[in-house]
Design a protein around this ligand. Structure first.
Ligand code: NAP
Length: 353
């Protein structure tokens, strides 16, 4: 990993709207003075930054999932993990590690606004990069979505879409821990192999197989829990294959993000006949229980009952290339970039690095 200029706040900003995949010319590199903090403010030093497919949409100016699109010249936004190095805020002290909205920059001055959704991380003895995967919003979404909404019971059949993604890859592993039979959907052979390795009993390649037919064949007694990351046709196919008293967890609708109007589900009445329910959730509505969940997830990680699926890039200078890489369909689990080494980070990713 090359050395960053520690005397400056290094930033990646949007230089122009991408056409197709992002290329280096879509980004501009800046160095500014490290900000000086005032009353109630913190100075953060960035350790890790998340890379997500949705970032290209922000760069195209689109508002997605509640985040506004970027104007030309703005710092690319994204979640990260950072260390507090100066504090004028009594709730934080130097050395605290937080996760939240940092943006593509190596230092950040903040007033800790609601919108930044900062969360202080506990030291579980594990690398803090996990604050962007299993111990961050990704892992917490899998945890609360599955356990609080899906309420899985032993031997039940669970179907997970987007199964090789950050949330899905964690859902599969927790569902196996709960003693369930798990069916995962993914879009290529390598991802199908990965989710099988993570414990899926059956896998469906939704790009090459007829999903409705495959679900019919595999779920003879119907689906007890469908964990939905994608919406659209796959959600509709699962509605047609429900078991009695089943639960659908609405986590995301990634297949619909590019539609100009909603998909228009026309078979939701299938819930009625099977006495089933469909429940959405928003991860921040569970924030009062995050510490408890972090504790349980970190215990499972330490006991190797679950593992993070991470692709870790190295070096702030590589952020644009790293983002470009994740659009080739080969993006497994969570992609993140190590900007600096953090506490407990021994360069030994437990997942795929
Ligand atoms: N409710 C909440 O509070 C909450 C919290 C966090 C995340 N989310 C949502 O949960 C979803 C999953 O998040 P994530 O972090 O796991 O995302 P991710 O890591 O990007 O994974 C999403 C997966 O979806 C698959 N996919 C993409 N387009 C698809 C399509 N058209 N049809 C079927 N599968 C498709 C991709 O793999 P393939 O190559 O297999 O297609 C990818 O592995 C997102 O929609 C996100 O917005 C919701």
């Amino acid at each position: 990993m090359s050395v960053i200029n520690e005397q400056k706040n290094c930033q990646w900003r949007i230089a122009r709207r991408p056409t197709g995949n992002v290329v280096n010319e879509d980004f501009s590199y800046h160095e500014e003075e490290i900000p000086v903090i005032r009353n109630n403010e913190l100075l953060l030093k960035t350790l890790y930054l998340n890379l997500a497919p949705v970032m290209r949409m922000y760069m195209s100016g689109e508002s997605i999932a509640g985040e506004k699109g970027l104007d030309i010249g703005e710092i690319i936004h994204g979640r990260g993990v950072a260390e507090v190095i100066e504090s004028n805020n009594s709730a934080y002290k130097p050395g605290d590690i937080i996760q939240g909205q940092i943006g593509w920059q190596t230092f950040k001055k903040t007033k800790v606004t609601e919108k930044e959704r900062f969360r202080k991380m506990n030291d579980c003895g594990l690398p803090f990069s996990l604050g962007l995967s299993t111990l961050g919003m990704t892992g917490l979404s899998a945890y609360f979505g599955l356990l609080a909404c899906g309420k899985p019971k032993k031997n039940e059949t669970i179907v997970v879409s987007g199964a090789a993604g950050g949330v899905g890859s964690t859902v599969i592993q927790i569902a196996k821990l709960m003693g369930c039979r798990v069916i995962g959907l993914a879009g290529n052979q390598a991802k199908c192999n990965l989710i099988k390795e993570l414990g899926c009993d059956e896998v469906i390649n939704y790009k090459t197989e007829d999903v409705r037919q495959a679900l019919d064949d595999i779920c003879k007694d119907g689906i007890d829990v469908y964990f939905d990351n994608v919406g659209g046709d796959i959600l509709s196919a699962c509605l047609d294959n429900l078991a009695q008293d089943s639960r659908i967890v609405l986590c995301g609708s990634i297949s619909e993000y590019l539609y100009h109007k909603p998909y228009g589900l026309n078979n939701y009445t299938k819930l009625r006949k099977t006495n089933s329910c469909m429940q959405g959730f928003f991860i921040y509505n569970h924030s009062d229980q995050f510490d408890e969940a972090e504790k349980e997830l970190s215990t499972w990680l330490k006991e190797k009952k679950i593992k993070p699926v991470e692709h870790i890039y190295n070096g702030f200078e590589n952020m644009p290339d790293a983002l470009s890489n994740i659009y080739d369909g080969g993006n497994f689990g969570v992609a993140l970039c190590r900007i600096r080494y953090g506490p407990n980070d021994n360069n030994q990713s437990i997942g795929r690095s």
